[in-house]
Design a protein around this ligand. Sequence first.
Ligand code: COA
Length: 261
Amino acid sequence: MEQYKNLKTEKDNNIGVIFINRPDKLNALNRETVKELNKAFSSFQGDDEVKAVVLTGSGEKAFVAGADIKELSGLDLSSGKEYVLEGQQLMNLIEDFKKPVIGAINGFALGGGTELALACHIRIASENAKMGQPEVKLGLIPGFGGTQRLPRLVGKGIAMEMILSGKTIDAQEAYRIGLVNEVISQDQLLPHCKALAQKMASNGPKAVENCIQSINKGMEKPLGDGLLLEAELFGKTCATEDSKEGTKAFLEKRKPEFRGK
Ligand code: COA
């Protein structure tokens, strides 16, 4: 496994796990950590053994307490834009990842932390999780996708309220508004997310990849165009070896052996 300064990574069966590991700074995302996350995700993308990824924070207090405020304080017109474009590139890599990415939100997920969670395909929170977009309190705006992905997930009205007030919400509120899929006790969070990832890892990898693409790209299109995209991806998936194996295995009453082809 690669060595990182601000991350820990491991493989557990077919699951890649990434821990953001700056607990003394509540796992705040500095530039170096963003670069390392890019590297870690790219490495899991190219690793055929890894079928799904769980992303979480080290320690019991924070997933990610935001972009690093020390770095934010020195930005200007052009460096500010460049800074967020770098962050957005990471979020896009995660959102368009070919394998399921589950965000295990184990505490504070503020600002860039909520944005990182929003880029994951699925979010599961521990009972002590706290989420929000507090940038306006610093005289800033969200820049790692918060003004775009939050309204798409929870609706414009709730996103406006959260972003303009900068308020912090607890795990139950995040669940109520659909920002997280489930709330789990902290000690069960990681095992639960790994088990969910394992369930996804047992499905046809090409089918899973095409579902992610169809949902992500389809959400950006009018319904008719989205349905056309789905039809194209359905056809493509029918041409895979895995689709032959999956349907044959059902008819032969046995478990399929998917090869990701
Ligand atoms: N950027 C840089 N450092 C951060 C940080 C961030 N986003 N969030 C926390 N830290 C650092 C603190 O400066 C502190 O470092 P120090 O020990 O060297 O002083 C350390 O992490 C612990 O944080 P602290 O504030 O002492 O913990 P707390 O339990 O009292 O409060 C929070 C926790 C999350 C409420 C508080 O840290 C906070 O408000 N963080 C900023 C959240 C934010 O605005 N994020 C969005 C940025 S756009």
